[in-house]
Design a protein around this ligand. Structure first.
Ligand code: NCD
Length: 339
């Protein structure tokens, strides 16, 4: 794909070579994300960060990534505080906001809404999650994390063994991740969910077309026994027409240290897009895993900065200029990467 000026709406836009370009660029962002260097390459540029649905990580990560490149961020948060509530169309909103911004990130509860918005935008639009459809930047940071975690273990994305666990019907992160894994070879996927929350057929078809081995089950313990990655997800209660229905599934698949020790191969990596639901009735990833060095959930979030910075510099065509606009950090830097 040609990154310059492109909207980032779906994983379907990417080929394997594009992922290599993106991940190479993300690696180059590390000194800036870790505050060892400052770059002002996007000085003067404005990100319109439009989040019409709840978000902590994705919104702040996109915003911080843009700030770390020297750009400014303008935000609108929540449907109630935007003119969408007055009946303004997504297209009109896009026509207006793209006059104020150089790039726009958007999250919205309706599948397809971000693409609709992008169709009327004069600047690139990045999909921060459109309902239960896709979450491409999350899948990209997830795959980047998988590659990094498996580095040096003699295992890679080709030949990967992964169990996806939880709400696979409404979870947009696993939808995008399935599409992304379809670009690779010989992946073994175990899809663990309640029958009612199974992975939609179109994603399974996409995996099978790629020649991957797919096992569908509602049994957790056997499924996490021989995998490189356990990718846990939250029950997406906001997607249920009757929220009480979500209670039927919450807490169905819980992973804690005892279950991990008994069933997983040593060094199985645990991932989750976050937020993990820490309420007692859910507790899909117990806090007793927090001292397990294979819990990669906070490294995932850290990697999100790198991948989103890479998306910005590629789409705005400044990847080659980042270092030229760099300088040293004057303040005391006590940060370390999340362990
Ligand atoms: C996910 C999302 O919003 O789809 N969160 C995120 O962006 N990291 C997953 C979730 O909310 O469960």
């Amino acid at each position: 794909m040609n990154f310059t000026g492109a909207h980032i709406l779906s994983i379907e836009q990417f080929e394997r070579a594009d992922i290599e370009v993106l991940f190479g660029t993300a690696d180059n962002m590390e000194p800036y994300a870790q505050r060892r260097r400052i770059t002002r390459v996007l000085e003067g540029a404005i990100l319109g960060n439009m989040f019409f649905e709840a978000s902590t990580r994705t919104r702040i990560s996109f915003g911080s990534a843009f700030n770390l490149l020297g750009g400014d961020v303008r935000e609108s948060v929540g449907m109630d505080s935007s003119s969408l509530i007055k009946g303004e169309s997504l297209q009109d909103t896009a026509r207006v906001l793209s006059g104020f911004s150089d790039v726009i990130c958007m999250r919205h509860p309706e599948p397809g809404s971000v693409a609709q918005f992008a169709s009327a935008s004069r600047v690139p639009v990045m999909n921060g999650g459109d309902g239960s459809n896709e979450h491409p930047s999350q899948a990209l940071l997830d795959l980047y994390t998988i590659a990094k975690e498996l580095q040096g273990r003699g295992r890679g994305i080709d030949g990967l063994r992964i169990a996806m666990v939880g709400d696979l019907k409404f979870g947009r992160t696993v939808h995008s991740l399935c599409k992304l894994l379809s670009l690779y070879q010989n992946v073994q996927l175990t899809l663990v969910s309640p029958v009612e929350l199974a992975m939609p057929e179109k994603y399974i078809e996409c995996l099978r077309k790629a020649g991957h081995q797919v096992v569908i089950t509602d049994q957790l313990e056997a499924s996490i026994a021989h995998v490189d990655i356990v990718y846990s997800t939250r029950i997406q209660e906001e997607r249920f027409s009757d929220r009480a229905q979500a209670d039927l599934y919450r807490g169905r698949f819980r992973l804690n240290q005892a279950i991990y020790t008994e069933h997983c191969e040593p060094n199985t990596v645990i991932m989750h897009p976050l937020p993990r639901d820490s309420r007692v009735e859910a507790n899909e990833l117990d806090t007793d895993l927090d001292t397990n060095p294979n819990l990669a959930i906070f490294r995932q979030a850290d990697n999100g900065l790198l991948v989103r910075m890479a998306l910005f510099v590629l789409v705005l065509d400044v990847a080659h200029l980042v270092d030229r606009h760099a300088k040293d950090v004057p303040w005391h830097n006590s940060r370390d990467l999340a362990k």
